[in-house]
Design a protein around this ligand. Sequence first.
Ligand SMILES: CC(C)(COP(=O)(O)OP(=O)(O)OC[C@H]1O[C@@H](n2cnc3c(N)ncnc32)[C@H](O)[C@@H]1OP(=O)(O)O)[C@@H](O)C(=O)NCCC(=O)NCCS
Length: 370
Amino acid sequence: MLPESDTLPPMTAPAGLPLTMRRATPADRDAVLAISAHYENNWLPYVIDGVLRDRRGGLYVAEWREDDRPGRVVAVAHAAVKGDEAWLEAMRVDPGFVGRGVATALTVWMMERCRENGCRWVGLATEVTNAPVHRLIGGRLGFREMGRWVWFDDISDFEAFSTELGPDAAPDAPPGAGPDAAPDAAPDAPPGAGPDAAPDAARVSRGSPEDVPEVWDFLNGRKAAGLVRPEGLVGQAVSPWRLEKLTRARLSRHARAGRLFVSRERPGGAGTPVDGFALLSLFPKSSFVPGGPGWASLFYLEGDAPATGALLAAVLREIRACGRIGVLILSLPGTQAKRLPAVTRSGWPPGGQAMEAVIYQKDLGESLPE
Ligand SMILES: CC(C)(COP(=O)(O)OP(=O)(O)OC[C@H]1O[C@@H](n2cnc3c(N)ncnc32)[C@H](O)[C@@H]1OP(=O)(O)O)[C@@H](O)C(=O)NCCC(=O)NCCS
């Protein structure tokens, strides 16, 4: 049983600021939302009721209290805790109080709470352009940069591959496979060419728990070769915006739930080398609009071409077969996001929607800043 950190007394900031840090209560709701509304990417209103109930992690606030005046909530942040890992998110400081050390004090205090609650490490994802957070987290608080993560949001165009397969696009195509030929008449076409049919799509099958040892070895081989960065993370199946550790147990759970797709060098079962895998979850009913279209989340993809093209083709076919999916979200390690254009038609995933974040991590066994 974990200690209930809300039974702990509130704590005064060590830096001599007139700050008290404590767990947020429903009475803080309006103050918290007012702070959050000052900033773009204001998603806290959608989740605040859930995070206010979160007892494993928690929504925390910093209250500024000078002299005898009533305290004023000036900052908020959420620690999302799963297993022994904590992710800090939704850190927001009242614009009238920025630059005074409030975020630093609240972050250190939250890391202490996470450590007391049994967490071994804490992570944070922030946009590559967010200079203050890079200074705070990567600089003063000594988090380690693990790499970049990329999300492509709201993809509604499910034709990832070129439909114009002609002599120019496929120099090795046999005679007769000109612009008028059916796409599947070009057996040597490059991977990813042809509408939703990478030529070797047969190499992809839905993974089962029996596939997990080979997939795990494949992933570890990629990590050892320096091909995966950040290492060892994955999107969450129901919430691709949140990351968690990609453990073997989690991979097995995804396989049992039918979310694992495996590419092998040649069609065939175990014993045929694995050369890629993907994790996909489908939500045929909208999570946001009653009766609205469902959504899909491709929350991991690993491998080089041609495996990546075949996996993507298989995943998109699955989405179309479901018939009720309106949008797709991609959540990928930066290393894999860079490989994607090599197997898709140009401009896919549609540009302008990507968000690239730097992933930071700190081991809570290390000493924390004063
Ligand atoms: C980012 C944010 C949390 C920082 O809060 P804060 O209370 O001002 O932070 P602190 O005073 O503790 O300062 C932290 C560091 O950021 C630096 N910083 C603060 N504002 C900055 C700015 N506009 N540009 C560059 N650096 C800045 C500070 O100088 C300090 O670095 P230093 O110790 O090397 O001097 C706050 O600006 C905010 O709420 N931003 C909008 C929401 C957001 O981006 N949240 C983070 C999501 S991951």
